[in-house]
Design a protein around this ligand. Structure first.
Ligand code: GLU
Ligand code: ZN
Length: 288
């Protein structure tokens, strides 16, 4: 495998709780995908939202990644330390943006933002800032889902880039952090709907987008996604090798002769055998 230092993949967990099997699958997939291309892998902690950030979650996530051999090739980035970059981006976007005074209640019956405040160009306190999407059509090229065109104005409407509480929105922060250096974003299909929004932000900031591949998400038998809300069990670091074997099995890569393989051997095997096109279009349901 030749090295290709220009390629950079990433895993970007929100520290809202420990990793579960679903998040470990996303981590391993992004890791094997970029490593197979000879690229580097980066961990970013999406900790912009203090109320949702669990104190010990960061440590726990990083310990779990390490126990599974998933080590960031670059210093870990914390979104909470990138406020200046997001502020700069916001300033550049202001010609397309407006101040929105609508309350949640006022908007609750609209499927998408009705455009009420579109002409508020004067800075107002305690408002959110929205980006006007206009009539724009945007094509998303996805390694798994193919190319799909989205009419942003019809599907999403003008979306929030800075929240009322002054926090940068997930989409703005993620667009800024995934553009330029990151070349490959492999993540769960639950995040696919955010992609056209993030692409529009990158386009307006004149930043080059990464290549995307959205893999199916792990669900219970009843179709609910594994998450903190659905009480997905935390990964047990003491079972790292069997966890990795499970991850590969979910990803359609049954590991042969697994007796006595180490974490490192399993990851090497995973890198060597990685094939995004072989990931099943639906993962078999989670079982503990
Ligand atoms: N941090 C977010 C999450 O964990 C999004 C990550 C991403 O864009 O890959 O859901
Ligand atoms: Zn409004």
């Amino acid at each position: 495998m030749h090295s290709n230092q220009n390629l950079l993949g990433r895993f970007a967990p929100s520290p809202t709780g420990p990793l579960h099997m679903g998040s470990l699958i996303a981590a391993v997939a992004s890791y094997c995908d970029i490593k197979q291309k000879g690229g580097r892998w980066h961990v970013r902690i999406d900790d912009l939202d203090p109320p949702r950030t669990a104190v010990n979650a960061c440590t726990s996530i990083l310990q779990t990644l390490e126990a599974h051999g998933l080590i960031s090739d670059l210093p870990i980035i914390y979104q909470s330390q990138r406020i200046t970059a997001y502020r700069d981006a916001l300033n550049q976007l202001m010609s397309y943006a407006f101040f929105c005074t609508c309350s949640r209640k006022q908007l609750e019956h609209f499927p998408i933002y009705p455009g009420t405040c579109r002409n508020n160009k004067e800075r107002l306190e305690n408002t959110s800032i929205r980006l006007s999407v206009g009539e724009q059509k945007l094509a998303c090229h996805d390694l798994v889902l193919g190319t799909q065109e989205h009419e942003l104005g019809k599907v999403f409407g003008d979306f929030v880039i800075q929240r009322k509480d002054g926090l940068t929105s997930y989409n703005l922060a993620t667009a800024v952090d995934d553009a330029q250096e990151i070349t490959h974003v492999i993540r769960g299909q639950d995040l696919y709907p955010t992609t056209p929004i993030q692409l529009l932000i990158m386009q307006r900031l004149k930043l080059s987008p990464p290549t995307y591949g959205h893999i199916p998400v792990l669900t219970y038998g009843d179709g609910r996604k594994l998450s903190k809300q659905t009480l997905a069990p935390a990964i047990d670091n003491g079972l790292a090798t069997s966890n990795l074997i499970k991850v590969f099995t979910y990803l359609g890569m049954p590991v042969p002769n697994t007796d006595e393989w180490t974490v490192e051997q399993l990851l090497q095997w995973g890198i060597g055998n990685w094939d995004l096109s072989k990931v099943p279009s639906k993962l078999r349901p989670y079982s503990a």
